[in-house]
Design a protein around this ligand. Structure first.
Ligand SMILES: [Zn+2]
Length: 198
């Protein structure tokens, strides 16, 4: 699928971006809605849109790959990330070999671009155009979290019905909810109802 087929209209992108870390938002492509699980990735196009929304544009040339390949590789990376990040949080991280497979596929070169202010900056761009290589920057962000992240700041929303992840960058490190507007208020309303029904 040529990457240029994907719309550049960001307003149409529905993905969750409250994780404050690319690796957290990777895990947040799966969420819970009541009793059922929601997978925001159901096609290659979904994954491409997600990469676009997170400003991961790793390839210079349009990538062409078998239908479903990007989706299956992205889901594989997500389950590796979930396993490793859970172990990291529990300080039990051991075997990282599966992540290395994704990291090794990411061969990149320096890439000069102008930023939003018209200033020139050097970024990296993927040297390969396989589905696996396209996910390289995402795999790298998982690796960076394991290397530089603070395991105590890797958190899951405290609402019992929510599974969303975030990296707590608040000053006091007391963030409890994926979003105060949704889960925080839902939880407080439920506590209030409980107190008043006694
Ligand atoms: Zn939540």
């Amino acid at each position: 699928m040529p990457i240029s087929n994907i719309s550049h209209d960001k307003s149409a992108l529905p993905f969750i971006t409250l994780g404050d870390h690319l690796a957290m938002d990777l895990l947040n492509t799966e969420a819970r809605n009541g009793e059922s699980m929601v997978d925001y990735w159901t096609s290659d196009a979904d994954v491409l849109k997600w990469l676009q929304q997170h400003e991961v544009w790793p390839v210079a040339e349009p990538s062409v790959f078998a239908v479903g390949e990007l989706l299956s590789q992205a889901k594989a990376l997500r389950s590796v990330a979930l396993r490793l990040i859970t172990a990291f949080k529990q300080e039990k991280l051991q075997d990282i070999s599966e992540l290395n497979v994704f990291l090794h596929a990411y061969t990149s070169a320096p890439h000069l671009v102008s930023d939003n202010n018209g200033k020139w900056v050097i970024t990296r761009i993927s040297g390969a155009n396989t589905a696996l290589a396209m996910l390289g920057p995402v795999a790298q962000s998982v690796a960076m979290l394991l290397v530089e992240g603070d395991a105590t700041l890797v958190k899951q929303c405290e609402h019992p019905d929510c599974i969303l992840w975030f990296y707590d960058r608040t000053k006091a490190h007391k963030r409890r909810w994926c979003s105060m507007a949704t889960c925080g208020n839902r939880f407080k309303a439920a506590q209030f109802r409980k107190r008043n029904s006694k």
